[in-house]
Each structure stands twice: as structure tokens, then as C-alpha cells.
Write a protein that binds this ligand. Structure first.
Ligand code: F0G
Length: 471
């Protein structure tokens, strides 16, 4: 029997057959997380795996780069669901499904890459694009990972799936589970996620459980439960999630006609996404699709910054933090994939930065004012880029892509509060420079309440048009 793939522990390197993985997706020897490897991956070995009734033999066939690019383009014109998916269109890069017919897809991926000239000017670079993963079916990048891992759940015959979430994973899981006819259970920290996301998991029919704890507490509990019940865990500790989430790397390159940007800036929460994108770029380099990779920079909120702290810690010990940020999607103090993400930063030559609440709010409004919009967690990318430019890590002429992870409608309350000037506390704005304060003021567009009277409206418009420019 030839295995399509193996799982390799990213901590101790032990390889196991895919079917031998434990329900918590942790290595029994060292508790490390697994990554999926293929016959063409670096480090693949045809020897027996550690676990192994399943001998991991198989021909080491490297897909041909020119052929792949052509094939991926061609599939865009196909009417088949798997070809129209911006994940499965690249299925040679994630060949773990034995039966492609079992794939559950909502036609995820194929998201736009927007030119951002005004944000470029603000950040101090000439060339800036935003890959908007919020334009996925449930409004976040999680769909690309969910189609992958949930399809595995279907292939393995699970009836129940579950995740702990700050809101977007749960929305995605609920939707894909519903499509597949599976039952889903969501664990979310009570009062700590945006309403829009909570409504999604209910709309898609998940069993929604709000726990009086934080995200880290939810994940810890769920990890214990999946060891007692036949429930398939769909958090990003599940390595198949990351296989789906690596495909925006391919899309970005397609959209840039295979010109590799110098930098990719990604928000960091549980750190699965930065790990996935790094894997995607590094695998493409290994396969000869590209000759170099972008530097991958991870940006965390200052109040949820364990990776940033680890980066700046001379002793290099990872310590969890009690996480607090208004960017609730990344309010995570004990990130599961920190080791994977730190390796990606190291291997690509990237950096880890933190940004505060005021910087996040400003960046979000600036992205919104460019007609793109995103949720707060995504805006850390622009806020972080400003810092990377100021530090000289990104220079003006280098090409930068920001990864926007969630749609602006995911957290509309944040946006409304910002524009009404009810978002930030005095403490949160205390460190803002005069320029930043002026930028906040200029961006705020609170709704006006007027009498439904033509003359009142004309008077107001006349006064406004005389004082306010085009923007
Ligand atoms: N941006 C958004 C909009 C997110 O929802 C998340 C994570 C991240 C960034 C961070 O990505 O965890 O891979 O580093 N949201 C998870 C959730 C945790 O449950 O929806 P990460």
C-alpha cells in the first residue's frame, strides 16, 4: 500500500502514518505538533514510519513546475467544484485525499489581491498589495483550512466535529460541517468574540457553547474532550487545516505573475496561519516553482504578544500571557503553533512585531478609507508594516503584501465605536503621537442625525462641502 502522505512531528521529527495520529493531534512522545509531508517533500523517507502498520513507501514524484502553473490556471475555467475552489485547484500541493469526490467545498479561495496606493504612502513604501482573505465564503481565511481538514473528517467517517474559537474558525467549521451533513460543536469564550461571528455559527446550525473562560481555556478543555468522544478536532493543531491555509501563497504568486514579493505581513494569534503560508512558500521553492521566498513577518497585538516576547527573550523560553486586545480574533495568550511560526520567520528572514490598540484602530480605519476594509485583527498588518519601515526592515522600493484575514463586517461594532469616538480609552490613546491623533480625527466619520427636512440637509451639506475636501 502506498501512503499519499505522512505526518512528521515538528518538534522531535518522528514520522507516523496518517491514520496513526491521536485525536488531539499531538506527538505521544514529546507533545509536539505534526506537519503533513508528501513523497516530494524535503525530508520524506520511504522507510517504515514509527507507528507503523502502514509502510510509507511510494514513488518520489516531483510535480513539474511549468506543468503545474498551467494546470492551475486551466482549472479556473472548469465547472467542477474542486476546480473552482481556490484550495483544491492546487491539489497537487495537498494530495492527501484518497477520494477527491469526498471534498467539501464552498468555492473558497480565489480572493482578490488589491493595490493599496494610499496605505502604501502612509506606510512609506512604493508598492503595497493586500491579499483579502476576508473575501472567503464565511468572511475569513479559515475557510481555506476548513475545506481541507473537514474533508478529511468526512473521508475518515466522523459524524461530529468541534473547535475552540475566537469566532472565525467556528463560523467556518459550522458552515462546512453543515454542507457535509456533519454535526458541529463550537467552544467560544463568553463575551469575548464579535457578535457577527457568533451569529454565523448559530445560522449554520452548530451546537454553540459559550464558556466562561478565554480562548486558551476553551482549547484546553476541548483537547481533553476529543480524547473521550469520537469527535474530530478542527483547530489549527490539525495539520490538514494548514495544508488548506497554505494555498493563498500560490494564489498570491499567480496574481503577481510569479514575481515573488519581498515581504508578506501576517497577523499572529494561534500562529497557524503564518506557519501555513510559510510552508506553502517553502514547498514551492523546494519544487522549483519559485527561486526565493518572501520574508514573512508576524504581527501581534501588544496585549496578546507571547511570540513577540519570546522573540525578545534572551533565554528563548515561551511563556503564555493573559491576553487582552480589542482585536478579539487574535486574543490568544498560549499559541499552539508558535514553534512552527518561529521557524517560518527564521527560515524566511522575517520578523515579529507588536502593535498597540491605538495603532490597530488607526490602521483599520486607513484600510477602510481605501475602500477595502477588514476586521481589527487584520489591521495589525498595516500597523506592523509602519514599524518595519521605520526600523529599516522594509525599504521603500521593496514589494509588500499584507494578508487581510477577515471581512470588515465581522466586527461592525468595533468600526461604529471607532467612528463615534467611543472605542479607545484615554489610556489606550495616551501614547499616540500628534500626527496619529490628527489622523484619527480626520478618519472619523460618525453618522449624523438630521431632521428629514430638505433645507436642513442642504444647509448641512453646504457647510460640510465648504470645509471638507474630497475625503
Ligand atoms: N485574523 C483573524 C481574523 C483571525 O480570526 C485569526 C484567528 C487570526 C488573524 C490569527 O490567525 O490564529 O492562525 O495566527 N482566529 C482563530 C479563530 C483563532 O478561532 O477564529 P492564527
Amino acid at each position: 500500500m502506498s501512503a499519499t502522505h505522512q505526518l512528521r512531528c515538528t518538534n522531535c521529527g518522528t514520522r507516523i502514518a496518517a491514520e496513526a495520529v491521536r485525536s488531539d493531534f499531538r506527538c505521544p512522545d514529546c507533545k509536539g505538533l505534526y506537519e503533513v509531508i508528501y513523497p516530494w517533500s524535503e525530508g520524506w523517507s520511504a522507510e517504515k514510519t514509527a507507528s507503523s502498520e502502514v509502510p510509507a513507501t511510494g514513488p518520489v514524484r516531483l510535480p513539474n513546475p511549468g506543468g503545474l502553473r498551467h494546470l492551475w490556471q486551466e482549472r479556473k475555467t472548469s465547472t467542477m467544484g474542486v476546480d473552482q475552489s481556490g484550495v483544491w485547484r492546487f491539489r497537487e500541493m495537498l494530495p492527501f485525499m484518497r477520494d477527491v469526490e469526498k471534498v467539501v467545498t464552498l468555492r473558497e479561495g480565489n480572493t482578490p489581491l488589491y493595490e493599496m496606493p494610499r496605505c502604501a504612502e502612509i506606510a512609506g513604501v512604493d508598492w503595497l498589495f493586500a491579499k483579502h482573505q476576508g473575501m472567503n465564503p464565511t468572511g475569513s481565511f479559515k475557510d481555506t483550512g476548513m475545506t481541507a481538514a473537514l474533508s478529511v473528517a468526512v473521508e475518515r467517517g466522523f459524524e461530529w466535529v468541534a473547535c475552540a474559537s475566537t469566532g472565525n474558525t467556528s463560523a467556518a467549521m459550522a458552515a462546512y460541517a453543515a454542507r457535509a451533513g456533519l454535526r458541529s460543536i463550537v467552544f467560544i469564550p463568553e463575551g469575548k468574540i464579535a457578535w457577527g461571528k457568533l451569529s454565523q455559527s448559530m445560522d449554520y446550525g452548530a451546537m454553540t457553547i459559550q464558556l466562561k473562560t478565554d480562548f486558551d481555556g476553551c482549547l484546553k478543555l476541548l483537547t481533553k474532550l476529543v480524547q473521550q468522544f469520537p469527535i474530530y478536532l478542527l483547530n489549527s493543531v490539525n495539520p490538514y487545516r494548514l495544508e488548506g491555509q497554505k494555498t493563498p501563497a500560490m494564489e498570491i504568486l499567480e496574481q503577481l505573475e510569479w514575481q515573488v514579493p519581498e515581504h508578506l505581513v501576517v497577523p499572529g494569534g494561534n500562529l497557524g496561519n503564518s506557519s501555513a503560508l510559510g510552508k506553502g512558500f517553502l514547498e514551492m521553492k523546494h519544487l522549483g516553482l519559485i527561486s526565493r521566498v518572501p520574508k514573512i513577518h508576524v504581527i501581534q497585538a501588544q496585549g496578546a504578544n507571547p511570540l513577540y516576547r519570546w522573540y525578545n527573550d534572551e533565554n528563548k523560553t515561551m511563556q503564555s500571557v493573559s491576553a487582552h486586545t480589542r482585536a478579539t480574533a487574535i486574543q490568544i495568550g498560549n499559541p499552539a503553533s508558535w514553534l512552527k511560526a518561529s521557524r517560518v520567520i527564521e527560515e524566511t528572514g522575517g520578523w515579529c512585531e507588536q502593535v498597540n490598540e491605538q495603532e490597530i484602530a488607526l490602521a483599520k480605519a486607513q484600510i477602510g478609507a481605501e475602500g477595502v476594509g477588514c476586521e481589527p485583527a487584520s489591521a495589525v498588518t498595516l500597523a506592523g508594516l509602519k514599524k518595519l519601515v521605520a526600523q529599516g526592515r522594509v525599504t521603500r522600493e521593496e514589494r509588500v503584501v499584507l494578508l487581510l484575514t477577515g471581512h470588515t463586517l465581522k466586527d461592525s461594532q468595533y468600526t461604529i465605536d471607532f467612528h463615534k469616538n467611543e472605542l479607545l480609552t484615554a489610556e489606550e490613546t495616551a501614547g499616540a503621537t500628534d500626527v496619529e491623533r490628527a489622523q484619527h480625527d480626520a478618519l472619523r466619520k460618525p453618522p449624523m442625525v438630521l431632521e428629514a427636512d430638505e433645507s436642513v440637509i442642504i444647509k448641512t451639506l453646504t457647510a460640510r462641502m465648504a470645509t471638507v475636501g474630497a475625503r
